[in-house]
Design a protein around this ligand. Sequence first.
Ligand SMILES: [Mg+2]
Length: 324
Amino acid sequence: MSRHPGGRPLVAGYAAVVCDLDGVVYRGPAPVEGAVESLSAATVPVLYATNNASRPPTVVAEHLRELGLDCTSERVATSSEAGAWLLADRLGPGAEVMAVGGVGVGLALAAAGLTPVTPADRRSGRARPVAVLQGYGAEVTASELAEAAYAVQGGALWVATNTDATLPTDRGVAPGNGSLVAAVARAVGRGPDLVAGKPEAPLYLLCARRLGLAVSSVLAVGDRLDTDIEGAVAAGADSLLVLTGVDDLQAVLEAPRHRRPTWVAPDLRALHVDPSAGPAGTGLVDLAAAVAAVHDARDRSADPAEVSALAAEAEHVLAQVTHR
Ligand SMILES: [Mg+2]
């Protein structure tokens, strides 16, 4: 159930928005239609939360400014920062942590008051890191992954920024950080101690803490059920799935409980629409209800014909919302 009281724009029902990037704000080099205008017009703070750990917040913020958004690095939260935050919470200030991944990983550790060291530092004996923060990096080598495995076998706390298995690029699908984490996991016989990024909760919790808000007052926005929405459910935030990226309405209708968004909308322009407005049967409240009816039917293992009829009804409501 939504915490939004209705009678005002969707965004006004929340204290802040935590927004995913790829598939929500932009797709590849191009901005998603209506995204920049909708986010610029938001009446509450907007933070941008990305699982991509390789780019530091300054670079992400610069990219968003190029697209036309008013954005500083404080408004960007990466899974590297969330990972560094988890480590700073558990280790004393200045503790040595081995950074495996792109430049964003080490920068996040330093910003959290920890001492980033490299795999080469550990190999040579110059450093004795008590933890490993592993994030994506296009230049990560097998010997660096080996050093991470040795450190973990030696008792180091192992935190992964995120476990996205794949990374879409303009040349095809590349192994993402989850695949590199899996390589270390195969060697040490277990997975990481902690994962910071979506679909785990810490990245959303970091955003709420940065804003001084309870996570339950935040609206999480994303395009993927298995990361953005699952993370929001885990963190205890309401969520909005926009259909401008990976997942479509059919995927929403088939989603298990832990991946069900509070709201579904064609795109970010929904932030400025009163969810209860519009002719009966055409608002975001109506769409959420139509989706919930399908979920309810699935959960009670209703007759497939009934599920199909309810799904068709949800598609019909979405078309009404889209064309309003
Ligand atoms: Mg995305």
